[in-house]
Design a protein. Structure first.
Length: 231
């Protein structure tokens, strides 16, 4: 089985699909969690406290990190193998369509932007929340308690350049998911004439929800910071 997942092109694409599905589910959860911050700061901080430096949160973080690592290592691997075997084919799909051609041909570039955005996010949030708790500190570099996620969101998204950087990241996620969600189902054999249009619709809905959920939080908190500055 191990040889199939590493030595076979189908096996490598299967690993990409499974890890990708796991990451999509996490993004949906994370987006839903962030939306809570728009409704109730106390509710959001309660979630942050629950997901702090507890053993289950640490285990989940390690599993998530492994999923991200596997997904992107296999993405680079597949890209290399595809270029080696077929020239400039950048992402292994057998069905293309006008409107998704650009995303399908630039999945690696989009993936790199996603990785850079993830690094930015880790610097802004994880290092000032869970990492601070693990270090036994009670205040982060912003002078906030590590469980006060709502206040940290307000600080980060009060800066226009952070909002721009995050919106670029969210847009890259949208393009990546808009192609990747249906492509991972295609890999496991669901890309027939009946299911492919439905899966592409699902991909649009999922990627759209994730983009809008994350983007609205950034824009609304920035707008609130402008209103507070005018008061």
């Amino acid at each position: 089985m191990g040889c199939f997942l590493t030595n076979s092109s189908l096996g490598r694409k299967l690993v990409m699909s499974i890890s990708g599905c796991f990451l999509v589910l996490f993004l949906l959860f994370h987006m839903s969690m962030n939306v809570v911050a728009l409704i109730s700061a106390e509710g959001y901080n309660m979630i942050c406290g629950f997901l702090g430096a507890n053993w289950y949160a640490l285990v989940a973080t390690a599993v998530l990190a492994l999923g991200v690592l596997v997904h992107f290592v296999y993405a680079f691997w597949l890209t290399y193998q595809n270029r080696k075997a077929r020239g400039n084919v950048r992402y292994a799909v057998t069905v293309t369509e006008k409107g998704v051609d650009w995303a399908s041909k630039n999945m690696l570039v989009l993936g790199i932007i996603v990785i850079l955005g993830l690094a930015l996010h880790m610097t802004h949030f994880w290092s000032k929340m869970m990492l601070v708790e693990l270090m036994g500190e009670h205040v982060n570099s912003e002078g906030l308690a590590p469980t006060d996620g709502a206040a940290l969101i307000r600080v980060i998204f009060s800066q226009w350049y952070n909002v721009v950087l995050y919106l670029v990241w969210f847009a890259a996620l949208w393009f990546h998911l808009n192609h990747g969600v249906w492509s991972m189902f295609q890999t496991v054999g669901w890309a027939n004439d009946t299911w492919l249009p439905r899966l592409k619709l699902v991909a649009k809905v999922v990627s759209g929800l994730i983009f809008l959920g994350f983007a609205v939080v950034a824009v609304v908190f920035y707008a609130k910071s402008l209103c507070c500055g005018c008061c």
